[in-house]
Design a binder for this molecule. Structure first.
Ligand SMILES: [Ca+2]
Ligand SMILES: [Ca+2]
Length: 414
């Protein structure tokens, strides 16, 4: 089967689309890479080692020649505690053929004889051993093997005694490519297979809990031929990472980050308001003749001060509302989030209307002040005051723009 282009993704899915048949959801994170077609050159997110031939339709390991192996390894280590691999492969050859392919989550990035990966690796190997070296009729086998850097693969017995789980499944010369879905969530590892022609029909290969794998390892795919070389092709690879949306709040980084963002923004706005008040109020007062200012300052400036304080209070309330929302996103069941956002939108609209009204009032105060002082002052004396007002409006506009952006971002990962 030829595919016009291969997509090697090292990216993350939005939670809304990440729910899978396994019942797990992976939260979205920052993308680490991009989708690319491969045009006989290098892979954007992976390094290649050994016998690897890249064409627009596939990545071929072992060149269909005897005893050759190759691998691709992610260029950067994964920073995620949970992840999922979708690897679409195709293994074709004569009646007997080998030796197989492997998916890796490993500290090492070495090429070698273990389906193209090196012996003595540290981490997880999902080995697809197609050749029945010990003649026991138990190949092709798909096996999960954990290694702490001390184990050499037992080729003669096809990994007997080394795998913690596995399944027997024909993977050669299938009518359609075979997709392996490897899910690692909360120390549970599951391997599922799908060779259906019409979409996702994964069947379980094995599942095991208590598999401890740290973040910081590399993802890899490899293949190795033996004396009866198969065509070992990778047609598509996607790696999703993140953390499960669960009651474990400490692992829910997006919500924490969002919450912190809101707090940072609100704190910055409040700080800016306070700073501007400190900076401009003396100038407003000193910019006028003392007599003229005294005539109006006790009532009008006091009123102005109250208005500005009110604006600040409203902003503070908005901050608390947003922070509260972030907490809700953090703690609540997802089904509540839509409603919460709706309410927040209504509330923000009401508060915005209130702010507009207050801005008008402040402007009226300014007009009164100006009228009262005008006989003994020039317009330029009010420059600092006008600048103060302009800054208030700018800060408000900035806040609302940032808020809209935050809302948008939150909706994406609902
Ligand atoms: Ca074997
Ligand atoms: Ca065997």
């Amino acid at each position: 089967m030829q595919i016009s282009k291969i997509q090697l993704l090292f990216t993350f899915v939005a939670a809304a689309t990440a729910s899978n048949a396994s019942g797990f959801s992976l939260s979205n994170e920052v993308a680490l890479g991009a989708t690319s077609p491969f045009l006989h050159s290098t892979l954007p997110n992976y390094d290649q080692h050994g016998a690897v031939d890249i064409s627009p339709g596939s990545i071929l390991f072992g060149k269909r020649q005897p005893n050759l192996g190759g691998a691709i390894w992610s260029k950067i280590p994964s920073e995620f505690t949970d992840w999922q691999i979708h690897a679409k492969i195709q293994i074709t050859g004569e009646k007997l053929g080998g030796e197989g392919m492997a998916l890796w989550y490993s500290k090492d990035r070495a090429t070698g004889p273990v389906m193209g990966g090196a012996d003595l690796w540290t981490g997880l190997g999902i080995l697809i051993d197609t050749y029945d070296d010990d003649g026991r009729g138990n190949n092709p086998a798909i096996m999960g093997i954990l290694n702490n850097g001390t184990t050499t693969y037992n080729h003669a017995q096809d990994g007997e005694g080394q795998y913690f789980a596995g399944c027997l499944r024909n993977v050669r010369n299938l009518a359609s490519p075979l997709t392996l879905r490897v899910t690692y969530v909360r120390e549970m590892l599951r391997v599922e297979l799908d060779d259906s022609t019409d979409g996702r029909e994964f069947v379980n290969c094995f599942e095991r809990v208590g598999i401890k794998l740290p973040a910081g390892y590399f993802f890899g795919v490899s293949g190795m031929t033996n004396s009866y070389p198969d065509g070992l092709e990778l047609l598509d690879l996607k790696v999703y990472g993140g953390r499960p949306l669960s009651e474990d709040h400490n692992n829910s980084k997006p919500a924490v980050a969002s919450n912190q963002d809101h707090r940072d923004i609100s704190a910055q706005i409040e700080k800016a308001l306070a700073g501007q008040l400190r900076q401009y109020m003396p100038k407003i007062i000193s910019g006028h003749s003392e007599d003229a200012v005294r005539k109006v300052s006790s009532s009008h400036l006091s009123s102005l001060d109250d208005r500005i304080k009110s604006v600040g209070d409203t902003l503070s309330t908005m901050q608390q509302t947003i922070a509260g929302l972030a907490e809700q996103l953090h703690h609540n069941d997802q089904s509540h989030l839509g409603e919460e956002l709706h309410h927040l939108g209504e509330e923000l609209k009401a508060r915005l209307d209130g702010l507009r009204g207050q801005t008008t009032l402040v402007q009226q105060e300014h007009a009164t002040l100006r009228k009262a002082v005008e006989p003994t002052s020039t317009v330029s004396r009010y420059g600092s005051y006008l600048m103060f007002m302009a800054l208030q409006v700018a800060i408000l506009a900035g806040f609302l723009a940032v808020k809209q952006r935050m809302d948008k971002r939150e909706k994406k990962w609902m």
